[in-house]
Structures are given as C-alpha cells and as structure tokens.
Design a protein around this ligand. Structure first.
Ligand code: HAM
Length: 416
C-alpha cells in the first residue's frame, strides 16, 4: 500500500478546519497592523539559500531538498521564507515603495530533518517580514504581533526568549574570542562541537552533552560584547516590550539556526510541546538584502510553525459547519427537481446537500440528522410535485411547493 512519504502527513477535514482558524487569525492580527500577503514559489534557485541562509548552517549542510531541473539548473524546495521574501523585494524594486514594506505569508516549507512530534519534512509556516525599517519599534511590533497571534490561538505555556546578536563585525570578533575559548577547552567538548569550532563556534551553545554544556556556562557571551549603538537598539526594543507588558527572558545563548541575523533575535517556545518546543521565532537581518545584491536595507521578521501552534493549542474553537438543508429523495425519479432545488438553495446562500448515496428514505433522514441538517426537503417525484419540508429541530413536517422551500428557510433563519 502506498503511504505518505516519511515526515509528511495528510491534512484531513477536521485538521483543515483548525488550520483555517490559524490562517483567519493571522490575516486578522497582521492585517490590522498593515501587513500584506505575499506568496513566493515553493522552490527557488539553490544559490538563494546558500547565500541567504548560510553555507555553515544545518539547513544548508544537511536539510535541503535540492534537485537538478533537467536543464542543468540547481533548484531547492524552500526551507524557509525570509530569503525568498528578500529576493522578491529586490526583484520587484520594492525599495521604491513607501518604506517599510510589511508582508506576511503562509505556506509549505521543506527540510529533510529526522521526523518526530512537531518536526516534519513538509511543514507550514506563517511568517511576517518588515523590510526597510531599522527602528527598534519594528522589532517590538513584530514580537507583540506574534505574541498576540499565539494568544488568540490559545497556544499554551509559551515563553519568549530574547537576545541581540549585534553586527556581523562584533560577531566576527566575538566568534574569534569564543573559538579561542573553545580551543582551550577542546578536551571537554563533544566530538561534533570540537569539529565545528572554526566553522560555527556559536552552535556550541546548542549542544546537549554535559561536557559541552558545562564548558559553555563560563564561555564569553555576545550580549556582553555589543557595540554601543547595538546595545542602545536592544535597550529600546526591551523598553517598548516592557511598556507593552510583554514578558520575556533574556537568553544570551539564544542561537537561531540561520546565519542572516543581526541585532535582535527572539523565540517563543511552548512547554506543552515535547523536544521540538520552538513555536516561532525570528529577528533582525539588516545585511541580508545587500548580501543578495539589493540596496542596503534593514529588515526584521519572524515565522511560526502552524503544526506546532496547533499542537500547543489544545482547544481551538472551530465553528461547527452548519447544514441548512438536506434534499432527500422519496423516489429516484425526483432527482431532477431535487438537483435543481439544491443548486437554488446554494445560490441563495444556504449550505445545502443532496442525497448521493441511494439510501432508503429512513436512511436519508438518519443521515440528515447525523450531519446536523436544520431542514430536510423530501422530494417525491416529477418536476412540480409538492415537497415535504421537515424542520429537524421541532420535528414538524409539512407539504409545500418546491419554490416555497428556500423562502421558508430564509424567513425562519432571519427570525432565529
Ligand atoms: P525557524 O526558526 O527555522 O525560522 O523556523 C520558524 C518556525 O518554523 C519554528 O519555530 C518551528 O515552529 C517551525 N519549523 C521549523 N522547522 C520545522 C519542521 N521541520 N517541522 C515543523 N515545524 C518546523 C525561520 O524559518 C526564519 N525564516 C524565521 C524568520 C523570519 N526570521 C526572520 N524572519
């Protein structure tokens, strides 16, 4: 039997309804703040991610679905959305629009990771990016909006971690300092961390083995090395979050798995999730547009995993689907009248369904009850034959002309 590929899943109707709730709230929360929807392709030229996400990252080194398009071009299923949004910003000359450009997206992303609860090879992210502003209020606004979205969706036990990575220059100096420290303590590090000291010493903060963890406790912290203007920017972001009543903890070891970040970084995690506790995160990426050959443009954003939001939000209020009218057939001969009546009901704005399974009349009434139909119209036969309209709430049933069915239901629903 053919099944879904490893790390993928089907969205069945009950799940689809929950995902629609996430989308509707994202549209509402982000739309109210002036963010506009953007969609980029599911695959991009591989170079975008090599240059955008960073060659030393796990994403680029081990997790990308890269393929030849048959004409010698290397393409990659997008592992994230920030580099594509920046590509679009540059490609469409969005720097000529009033700044900043505020965008949001929701779509599928692909990473060849080891699947587990909350970690898939195809997953969905909702994301927001603000391109063209260096104001600390931008960082704060983005964080507030993600917090608000998680709140309205009922994500449980969330915590916000906040830090600043400074500029690439500060970071380079700090990296050297940290690498030197790691070399001095190399014998206490895991082989994996040891082998990556010069490639990406920051990742040592992510390690889980006790030796490395202990070593990292006393390691120099980037937050203590920030240049004056970066420290100031960070202080302003924090002041705005404090004023907004947003609770966070400073995590000087917060490492994000992407290389483009500068200054502010943040991550919401949920204790209601297992090992994959990161619900959503992001930060500022002031050099990325330039790195992709666009004009130097500051930017900031985040993305949150839709599956992880849903896992962390136990109860999402999903409005039950209302069936206004079920059109039943007393005899197969009535199908033409029934078919027409169902179509008219739908055009009048009612949710209407027609019997399609050849059930007995009793079976049809049972089915109508099961799907929660408010009314059942029982069509006898012929084109002008009267119809029995049954009110499933009161149980009352009466004969009427086919053309009276829809006005009767509409009138009743206006009175209700
Ligand atoms: P990220 O932290 O790699 O950031 O991913 C954001 C969120 O996507 C994670 O917090 C998680 O909820 C979800 N996620 C990531 N990988 C998986 C997976 N394999 N399965 C299920 N969910 C997953 C970014 O992607 C950045 N582009 C965020 C950003 C936007 N930074 C600035 N702007």
């Amino acid at each position: 039997m053919i099944q879904t590929p490893k790390g993928t899943y089907d969205v069945l109707p009950a799940d689809a309804a929950r995902r629609e709730v996430v989308e509707a709230h994202a549209r509402k929360v982000l739309g109210a703040a002036g963010y506009e929807r953007i969609e980029t392709p599911a695959f991009e030229v591989t170079d975008l991610f090599l240059r955008g996400v960073g060659e030393a990252t796990d994403i680029v080194q081990k997790e990308m679905y890269t393929f030849d398009d048959g004409a010698g071009r290397s393409l990659t299923l997008r592992p994230e959305g920030t580099a594509p949004v920046c590509r679009a910003y540059i490609q469409h000359g969005m720097h000529k629009r009033p700044q900043p450009v505020k965008l949001w997206y929701l779509g599928s992303f692909f990473r060849a990771e080891a699947p587990q609860r909350g970690r898939y090879r195809q997953f969905s992210q909702v994301g927001a990016e603000v391109v063209g502003s260096s104001a600390p209020a931008t960082d704060a606004e983005l964080i507030v909006l993600l917090g608000q979205l998680l709140d309205v969706l009922g994500a449980r036990e969330t915590r916000l971690a906040l830090s600043s990575l400074g500029t690439p220059e500060t970071r380079a100096e700090y990296r050297d300092e940290l690498a030197a420290y790691l070399h001095v303590h190399a014998d206490r590090l895991s082989p994996e961390v040891r082998s990556r000291i010069d490639l990406n010493p920051l990742r040592a903060f992510d390690a889980t083995d006790p030796g490395t963890r202990e070593t990292m406790r006393d390691a120099p912290k980037l937050l203590e090395r920030l240049a004056a203007e970066d420290a100031e920017h960070f202080a302003e972001v924090r002041a705005l979050l404090d004023d907004a009543g947003v609770r966070y903890h400073l995590d000087p070891t917060l490492v994000r798995g992407l290389d483009y970040y500068t200054r502010t970084v943040f991550e919401f995690s949920s204790a209601a999730l297992g090992a994959q506790s990161g619900v959503g995160g992001g930060g500022r990426y002031d050099r990325l547009i330039e790195q992709l050959d666009g004009p130097a443009t500051p930017a900031c954003g985040w993305a949150a995993g839709v599956e992880r939001i849903l896992l962390s939000a136990a109860e999402l209020p999903v409005a039950p689907r209302l069936v206004d009218l079920f059109v039943a057939l007393a005899k197969p001969a009535g199908v033409r009248t029934a078919f027409a009546l169902t179509g008219q009901a739908r055009r009048a704005g009612l949710q209407a369904q027609l019997e399609l399974a050849g059930r007995s009349l009793r079976g049809q009434l049972k089915h109508a009850d099961r799907i929660g139909a408010r009314y059942v119209a029982i069509v006898a036969d012929g084109s002008v034959a009267p119809v029995s309209l049954k009110d499933m709430e009161s149980g009352e049933q009466r004969e009427t002309d086919a053309e009276n069915v829809i006005p009767t239901i509409l009138r009743a629903s206006r009175l209700a």
